[in-house]
Design a protein around this ligand. Structure first.
Ligand code: SF4
Ligand code: MG
Length: 311
């Protein structure tokens, strides 16, 4: 970003009057075959930006995204189209991500046409895929508004898997749905993962949802990854103070379970003017003097990764 800033700054007063946000900075993680990594954090922490960078819907200014040995950030348009066949995305609001004038048949045909799948194979793929997501072929003739929210999200998922991708990026896939429908969709995603051997990058602000589906979890705060761990370890023994606070805020169903609730101080700081040192220090109940001046790097601790001076 620095080089872009310099290039424009000299020319434009408008540019100088603008503030710039490093929406994502220094985030690094791996996603294995058939694995779900959950990315959690408050809104504005850079979860969606991270997901979009993987698909190059947003061009990262630096860094690498390695898929099957190739750095996606260095591919040309043609090559990136090939990759997109293997990495698909499901969005939060299926209604907003579908053209309301198209039937489900037309919506699901779009990726087939875009990736030049022979016409003769379309019908089979369409009927196979709607059945895979738990709907019948009758739905192909419907319009998005003739379906419930849950059914529409099934179509959103069908559109993502129709090309048999390796990775599906799920950006808050159940946040817009009723709680009863959420679990149906989460179960469907788990079934599809097993059946099709998918890897998921599961983005959510809801830790309960992530606990249900993820194998590993990455916690983001103000554009940075602060902790990455196996789900069980993270939920049973969170190491980073921010993770501790998030997990202590999950409502428990067992009234006898005694739980210490960690309340965060203050509001999420503006990403355009982040705090110095550890970005979490103004809200951290464990903050020391060093936290205000020195940024903790993410490092391995007992087989997981965490960015905190005290861990
Ligand atoms: Fe809190 Fe300091 Fe750790 Fe940051 S580095 S999370 S301020 S204890
Ligand atoms: Mg988002």
């Amino acid at each position: 970003l620095k080089s872009v800033e310099k290039k424009f700054a000299a020319k434009s007063a408008w540019f100088q009057s603008k503030q710039f946000v490093h929406a994502v900075n220094g985030v690094s993680f791996e996603l294995n075959e058939r694995e779900t990594i959950g990315i959690v954090g408050e809104s504005g922490c850079g979860k969606s930006t991270t997901g979009r960078c993987v698909l190059r819907l947003i061009e990262p200014t630096s860094g690498e995204v390695i898929f099957q040995g190739k750095d996606i950030t260095k591919l040309n348009k043609n090559e990136i189209n090939q990759i997109r066949k293997n990495i698909q995305m499901v969005f939060q609001d299926p209604m907003a991500s579908m053209n309301p004038k198209l039937t489900i048949r037309e919506i699901l045909s779009e990726p087939l046409i875009a990736h030049k799948i022979p016409r003769s194979e379309h019908e089979k793929l369409l009927s196979e895929t709607v059945k895979l997501v738990g709907l019948s072929e009758n739905y192909l003739a419907r319009f998005p508004h003739e379906m419930s929210g849950g059914q529409r999200q099934r179509i959103g998922i069908a559109r993502a898997i129709i090309l048999k991708p390796k990775i599906v990026i799920l950006d808050e896939p159940v946040s817009a749905l009723d709680v009863s429908v959420q679990s149906q969709i989460l179960n469907l995603l788990q079934d599809l993962q097993e059946e099709l051997g998918l890897s998921y990058l599961f983005i959510s602000h809801d830790l309960g949802v992530v606990e249900h589906v993820a194998h590993r979890v990455g916690v983001m705060y103000l554009g940075e990854m602060v902790e990455i761990a196996n789900k069980e370890e993270l939920f049973e023994n969170p190491l980073h103070p921010y993770t501790k606070a998030l997990i202590s805020a999950i409502p428990k169903t067992d009234p006898d379970e005694v739980k210490e609730r960690i309340t965060l101080k203050g509001e999420l700081p503006s990403p355009s003017n982040p705090p110095t040192g550890c970005k979490f220090h103004p809200r951290c109940i464990f903050a020391q003097d060093i936290c205000k001046t020195s940024k903790p790097e993410i490092r391995e601790v007992e087989g997981r990764k965490v960015a905190c001076h005290l861990v």
